[in-house]
Design a protein around this ligand. Structure first.
Ligand code: BG6
Length: 489
């Protein structure tokens, strides 16, 4: 995993939080691991006037806590000598020529590739794309030009389609890298390895053996300082349209023919196509929205906001593999613990020959995939209790990254994603049709609630959401497994 060709990484939104908290530390870690090409440089662009040195110091001060996770801070100076700064207003056409001149001056006669990273407010995406196109900065006749988009990618299907169309007026799809940072997580990638590098799971990975699937993304944190953004987005746009559907797709997709961007994207798109969009009359039965108490007093949130901070939604997949296997998805802020986990609940044995004081159907085999924070896999199965007739109880097999790999073995998601973008590998990025299909599934839920004119149900902070979310899954004859990954020290 090394960067293959030299590149200039141009970060628009250079003085923002994402740049100092995520991008620069991830690039620095890659540098410390010897993975960046020696002629790679970073050029920050934002409106404030600053010298290169002032920008380097600003980054250092902002990122000091995160920097140096994997190597000594001594190499920061060496790394910082590759960081430059160019002031500019992304909405001012004249500033692009100034930027191009600066880039050419830094690049000299080297045919550097360029990675444009948009770490700025989404409303600036469209003018920026237009200006980059008009200034000839997307042109690949000298070397490659790529562009990275952060979420949110659109606000609904219509705006996502418009943004895709704008992008394609300047960049071809092969130049576009839409980030979902969940795909940069090791344990999300491990879903592919678990399913497709083992032979014991795939034969039973279907409706004949699986009863249902649950995916939970719970956060203890509240909206914090992001109230302004969040109040417009809400949990369905913030977590479901992107992260949730990515995990669902990786769990539900057919095996790709090889590990390649096209093969992966094609399979994910097929499964997204097969998900049944909820009909208006199903909204109340298949989805529950919640809002944590006192959400209205958060900074940037409107006093009469009906933005959900929690959602539980059932989706069904219309294909041979998954017919009759519901997927229950839930995510919320202000939950009792931070965890992202997927539960594959297997069917119970068709006939139980042992008498058991417990109801064996309440504890059938389960595969728990913990994406974070305790990255690992648990398998639950029955074992015989010794010296007690044929009594049985549930036992677990555990695998944890922290037990099997050195501390800090799991890198930050951005490390991998930046390297892949620099190498032109879009396997862990989102193709335009995936984005649009995910909106096609989420928009009806958002519209359904808006049409019903109902507020999200209130829930107390530190709980697993409103009681109605329990009713949703109970009506389908199942139960949520709360904090499944918390039971192992
Ligand atoms: C972001 C959302 O995409 O993901 C945030 O905008 C959320 O609201 C975050 O907190 C969760 O990411 P992670 O990696 O902490 O699970």
């Amino acid at each position: 995993m090394v960067q293959k060709t030299p590149a200039t990484i141009v970060v628009f939104g250079a003085s923002g939080d994402l740049t100092s908290r995520k991008l620069v530390p991830a690039l620095f870690d890659n540098y410390c691991k010897g993975r960046l090409h020696e002629q790679t440089r970073i050029v920050g662009v934002s409106r404030t006037e600053m010298t290169d040195q002032e920008y380097r110091d600003k980054l250092y001060n902002a990122a000091a806590e995160t920097l140096g996770k994997t190597c000594s801070l001594d190499c920061w100076k060496e790394f910082a000598s590759r960081i430059h700064y160019c002031s500019g207003d992304v909405s001012a056409a004249g500033d692009y020529q100034k930027l191009e001149d600066r880039l050419q001056e830094l690049e000299g006669s080297t045919a550097n590739g360029r990675l444009y990273y948009l770490a700025l407010a989404p409303q600036l995406y469209e003018p920026l794309i237009e200006q980059l196109g008009a200034a000839g900065m997307a042109d690949e006749s000298k070397s490659w030009r790529r562009i990275v988009f952060e979420k949110p990618f659109g606000h609904n299907l219509e705006t996502a389609q418009r943004l895709n169309a704008r992008i394609h007026s300047a960049f071809s799809e092969s130049q576009v890298f839409r980030i979902d940072h969940y795909l940069g997580k090791e344990t999300v990638q491990n879903l592919l390895v678990l399913r497709f590098a083992n032979s014991i799971f795939e034969p039973i990975w279907n409706r004949n053996y699986i009863d249902h699937v649950q995916i939970t993304m719970a956060e203890t944190t509240l909206v914090g300082s992001r109230g302004g953004y969040y109040d417009r987005a809400g949990i369905l746009r913030d977590m479901f349209q992107n992260h949730m559907f990515q995990i669902l797709s990786l769990i539900a997709m057919e095996p790709p023919s090889r590990y390649s961007a096209t093969a992966l994207h094609n399979e994910k798109v097929k499964v997204l196509h097969a998900i049944r969009p909820p009909k208006p009359e199903q909204i109340a039965m298949y989805s529950v929205l919640g809002q944590y108490q006192d959400y209205h007093s958060e900074q940037g949130v409107s006093a009469d906001s009906i933005t959900p901070t929690f959602a539980a939604v059932r989706f069904d997949i219309d294909n041979w593999r998954w017919q009759g296997v519901p997927f229950f998805l839930r995510s919320g802020k202000g939950m009792p613990g931070k965890t992202t986990e997927a539960i594959i609940q297997f069917r119970c044995p068709p006939h139980m020959i042992f008498d058991s004081p417990d109801d064996p159907s309440s504890s059938c085999n389960q595969l728990l995939i913990t994406i974070q924070p305790d990255e690992g896999i648990h398998i639950t199965f029955h074992t015989k209790v010794p010296d007690s007739g044929m009594a049985m109880r549930q036992s677990k097999l555990y695998f944890h990254y922290r037990d099997s790999y050195p501390i800090n073995a799991i890198p930050d998601a951005y490390e991998r994603l930046l390297l892949d973008a620099l190498n032109g590998d879009s396997s862990l990025f989102i193709r335009e049709d995936e984005i649009e299909l995910a909106w096609k599934l989420i928009d009806p839920v958002i519209a359904g609630w808006a049409n019903r004119g109902e507020k999200p149900y209130a829930y107390a902070k530190g709980t697993w959401g409103p009681a109605e979310a329990d009713t949703l899954i109970k009506c389908a004859g199942r139960n949520w497994v709360n904090g499944a990954s918390f039971d192992h020290d």
